[in-house]
Design a protein around this ligand. Structure first.
Ligand code: DAH
Length: 362
């Protein structure tokens, strides 16, 4: 009869997984040697079974355990060998002069996301190809509303499946509607992105960038709006002396509406924000549109305006970038001139953080 010691020895000397598997089949497979021994138990007398049974069982258990142990050892060794053979050399040198840079628009959008994340705002997005319901109607600009004519809209020739006119969004405000419909209230989001208007001169390009902000909650009032904008502008411009002036204005989607000015002065031939616009040598410049979200807009987005209130604001990202980093021609943003990009672009490693100063120039 088979000896457990011998069987174990044979298993331990199997030097490949294939050899071990062949051995397992030979011992424990359907027609295996130990399997055959187990089958003899049925034909034994009770006394014989009492003396032989435990030995045969011990043989089976011992062989099974030894095979499992050997298998683990061989697999471990195979993995070690593979790891040793597949090392990656992380010491390859980086290119001496970095090619490419992060466009100031991307950088500023990251800065804004960082500033607003600190105030508890998430980033929301919406499509650049919009329908006129989201872009206008839901924002309290029904068809034939005069404010629609203020946006020189690019329309598509065909309507969508629901019979809505399709267009390139003229502002980021439709993301307010989409975010409220998607997420309900309370909500705190910003929505940076591209917008389009049929307009082109030194200060207008047919595609430009806006950032929208939306807060909907209970008991929100104009004071929250002012504090939020002040905190945002101080963090973005990295100056404590930012002074805001809120002027009554009109937007269909807010009531009341306010336009927000910041004080600035000319320094070294360029506008530098800071100080009151009423101080000597200073003036006011409009930077934001905002207001308390109109109850029609809240209702259009499926919320009860008696329960929920909030504020919204919108501003041009390109303008914010120019004010902070001193570019004077908007069109250069979109020319792709490598000299401009290497001058105004940012290092990919210069990730904006509040602790590091959101926008330390490259
Ligand atoms: N959507 C406006 C525009 O494109 C900007 C704006 C003004 C957005 C007031 C707002 C707001 O959210 O409350 O000119």
């Amino acid at each position: 009869m088979l000896e457990l010691n011998q069987v174990v020895q044979e298993i331990e000397s199997a030097d490949t997984l294939d050899a071990l598997e062949a051995l397992r089949v030979r011992l424990l497979g359907k027609a295996g040697e130990i399997t055959a021994l187990l089958k003899t138990l049925g034909g034994m007398s009770p006394e014989q079974r009492q003396s032989e049974g435990p030995k045969i069982q011990a043989l089976r258990e011992g062989a099974t355990a030894a095979i499992a142990a050997r298998k683990a050892a061989l697999e471990g060794a195979a993995l070690e060998a593979r790891l040793a053979g597949e090392t990656i050399d992380l010491s390859l040198p980086a290119p001496a002069t970095p090619r490419g840079s992060v466009h100031p628009i991307s950088q500023v959008m990251d800065e804004l996301a960082e500033v607003f994340a600190d105030l508890g705002f998430a980033v929301a997005t919406g499509p650049e190809i919009e329908d006129d319901w989201h872009n206008f109607t839901a924002l309290n600009m029904p068809e034939s509303h005069p404010a629609r004519a203020m946006h020189d809209t690019f329309y598509f020739p065909d309507k969508d499946g629901q019979g809505r006119d399709m267009l390139l969004r003229t502002h980021t405000s439709p993301v307010q509607i989409r975010a409220m419909l998607d997420q309900g209230a309370p909500i705190r989001v910003i929505a940076p992105g591209r917008v389009y208007r049929s307009d082109s001169d030194a200060t207008h390009t047919p595609m430009f960038h806006q950032i929208e902000g939306l807060v909907i909650d209970k008991g929100i009032h104009l004071g929250h709006l002012k504090w939020t904008l002040e905190t945002f502008l101080k963090a973005y411009f990295e100056r404590d002396d930012i002074v805001l002036r809120l002027r009554p204005s009109y937007f269909p989607f807010t009531e009341p509406s306010v336009e927000v000015d910041v004080g600035y002065a000319f320094e070294g031939g360029r506008r530098v924000v800071g100080g009151s616009g009423d101080a000597p040598g200073h003036a006011w410049m409009e930077v934001l549109g905002s207001g308390m979200v109109n109850r029609h807009v809240i209702a259009a987005a499926g919320l009860d305006p008696d329960e929920w209130q909030g504020f919204a604001f919108g501003t041009g990202v390109d303008r914010l970038a120019m004010l902070k980093y001193g570019m004077d021609d908007l069109r250069a943003f979109f020319d792709g001139d490598v000299r401009w990009l290497s001058h105004y672009g940012f290092s990919a490693l210069d990730v904006p953080t509040l602790s590091g100063g959101v926008g330390t120039p490259a």
